[in-house]
Design a protein around this ligand. Structure first.
Ligand code: IMP
Ligand code: MG
Length: 170
């Protein structure tokens, strides 16, 4: 295994998630919504974020998006695994990281094509340097420099997802 250096430790992540969850709680007050968690990378973030959002009408669903081989984005986003409806629902996409923006753009277009009531996007990490789309998240926990990061759900070839912090592979 390669060495991983800590970029964001568990305390920093937890503190920021509490802040973002408070914003989402306020914005969705009195509203029913579906938290659409993007597998696999967002599973840890989504679990922590959702447990801090105070809304007894929140529902949870999952969708899968895949574009990576190792540390290289293939540019071809495959979306699968969601069998419910988005029609007339308030959707909150929960994604791990936005880099070029291709994945989020594909997810956004997929959801919008099914006539939701509203769509918001929450991301744990934003790497703006390589963006090639106009996609913008409504809630961003951290903006980071253009480094390949792992941990807290994010992988490198399916490894490191279980680290409790976010780090760079050296
Ligand atoms: P994009 O389509 O280029 O914006 O890439 C977004 C997707 O690529 C994310 O959903 C992640 O799964 C993956 N990804 C991008 N950067 C990283 C990284 O630094 N570490 C792990 N996965 C990443
Ligand atoms: Mg992903």
């Amino acid at each position: 295994m390669s060495k991983v250096s800590v970029m964001l430790d568990a305390d920093a992540i937890s503190k920021r998630i509490t802040e973002i969850a408070a914003e989402i709680t306020a914005d969705f007050q009195g509203k029913e919504f579906v938290a659409l968690c993007v597998l696999s990378g967002s599973f840890v973030f989504a679990a922590d974020l959702l447990r801090h959002i105070d809304n007894d009408r929140a529902q949870v669903a999952f969708i899968r998006a895949k574009s990576y081989l190792g540390t290289q984005s293939t540019g071809n986003v495959q979306i699968s695994g969601y069998d419910g409806g988005f029609e007339r629902k308030n959707i909150l996409i929960i994604e791990d990281i936005v880099d070029t923006g291709r994945t989020l753009r594909a997810l956004r277009d997929e959801v919008l094509s099914r006539n939701p009531e509203s769509l918001k996007i929450a991301v744990l990490l934003d790497k703006p340097d390589r963006r090639i789309t106009d996609i913008k998240a409504d809630y961003t926990c951290f903006e980071i420099e253009d480094k390949f990061v792992v941990g807290y759900g994010l992988d490198w070839n399916e490894k490191y997802r279980t680290l409790p912090y976010i780090g760079c592979v050296e």
